[in-house]
Design a protein around this ligand. Structure first.
Ligand code: BGC
Length: 379
């Protein structure tokens, strides 16, 4: 009798443990599924991270692309707030960097060239006369190795890629690791690490296009944005910074307080004309403070708030001015003019050719380390 009692007790403890485990599993978990085959036959998987609040982030091994990000509106409804495609082919052939990891150099390098220690390096001119976002086959178009880690309060994906010496014209073998972590505080943390065996340049970023209304509104002009920056970088007609660091005060670039994106976006202003809206790098405040608040976006319609924290000196606020209604969205419609915005934390564009900009040089023996956090909430 006593034995039967002990057996029953043990069984009930085991089954409680299993339920607990199951509960944990269903709270924070990662699901892996096949996403597609590249044109040269490589398999691409999609990993979906889920937290205890039901927030979800899907990432594919091609380009480390965030294909979907579901966050709660003020009524608690989790909906997809990033632009993207429903198939790999479009990511391979048509994408304006939707959701992708960008490297080795996020943003533009003038005339696709720079020098290190008297040696000139030539890169692809894939944006008119300039180099953009790492070249013809940047980090947005390579296959990353993916490892999964799940804890009680967060789920992570570790993505690794080795960019070989001279790839896309850049010097040095560069080992890169990007960790995406979804926490139960509704944060998506993006941690970048890199090491080289030869002096090189590095400027990594994440290129998600957000529409916090989850498609309720076709454009992002009603969003309100703040950027913690007293200065921005004026550009020339090809979007290369002139080298001037200009105060935002009394310009359309003053986002120190929440401002509606559409308010000044069509003003008769040379910088707005060159960007066809906002497509500029802001010089963030408090650059020596490490990871700190740098920007936020609020959609009054859904109540969603995105706050961005980063240790980077700059942020490119791009208001989707090159979207023109020709790309088919994952929901079936089309992505219209200014239907998404990017907040790309990074070093300044064309830094390798601008001595007054913070350095983007990475030497052998040094570690490139950077972190950006996207935090979602609603009000
Ligand atoms: C750039 C834009 C560019 C977009 C897509 C952004 O980071 O600032 O000028 O059109 O990326 O390529």
């Amino acid at each position: 009798m006593k034995n039967i009692f002990l057996l029953l007790l043990t069984l009930s403890i085991i089954s409680c443990e299993n339920i607990k485990k199951k509960e944990n599993m269903s709270l924070v978990n990662v699901n892996k599924e096949f996403f597609g085959k590249t044109s040269d036959g490589a398999n691409v998987d999609q990993y979906t991270l889920k937290n205890s609040n039901g927030m979800e982030v899907s990432v594919i091994s091609f380009g480390g692309i965030i294909t979907s990000l579901k966050a709660k509106d003020r009524d608690g409804k989790n909906e997809d707030v990033v632009l993207g495609f429903d198939n790999l082919g479009d990511y391979e052939n048509k994408s304006p960097y939707f959701g992708a990891l960008i490297g080795r150099y996020g943003n533009r390098i003038k005339e696709g060239k720079f020098s290190l220690d008297g040696v000139e390096y030539k890169l692809a001119k894939n944006n008119g006369e300039n180099h953009l976002h790492g070249g013809l086959k940047g980090f947005d178009k390579v296959i990353w190795d993916v490892e999964v880690e799940v804890n009680k309060s967060s789920a992570s994906l570790m993505l690794r890629y080795t960019s070989v010496d001279t790839e896309e014209g850049y010097p040095g073998n560069l080992g890169v690791k990007v960790t995406y972590t979804l926490t139960n505080e509704d944060e998506l943390k993006v941690k970048y690490e890199a090491e080289t065996d030869k002096k090189t340049i590095v400027n990594l970023t994440q290129h998600s296009y957000f529409n916090l209304s989850a498609g309720l509104r076709k454009d992002i002009l009603g969003h309100e944005i703040t950027i913690d920056a007293d200065y921005f970088l004026p550009v020339d007609m090809t979007l290369i910074p002139t080298g001037e660091i200009r105060e935002v005060v009394q310009t359309p670039f003053d986002f120190r307080e929440f401002k509606v994106v559409g308010d000044d976006i069509d003003l008769d202003d040379t910088q707005i004309t060159y960007g066809n809206g906002y497509d500029h790098c802001w010089v963030l405040n408090n650059q020596d403070e490490g990871v700190r608040f740098v920007a936020s976006a609020y959609d009054p319609l859904s109540g969603r708030l995105l706050e961005v924290f980063s240790d980077q000196p700059g942020i490119q606020f791009y208001s989707g001015n090159f979207l023109d209604g020709t790309l088919q969205s994952k929901e079936g419609g089309n992505y219209e003019f200014r239907s998404g915005f990017c907040l790309e934390t990074q070093h300044y564009p064309n830094s390798p050719n601008q001595e007054n900009f913070p350095s983007v040089i990475l030497n052998p023996g040094e570690k490139y380390n950077s972190e950006t956090i996207f935090k979602f909430s609603s009000r």
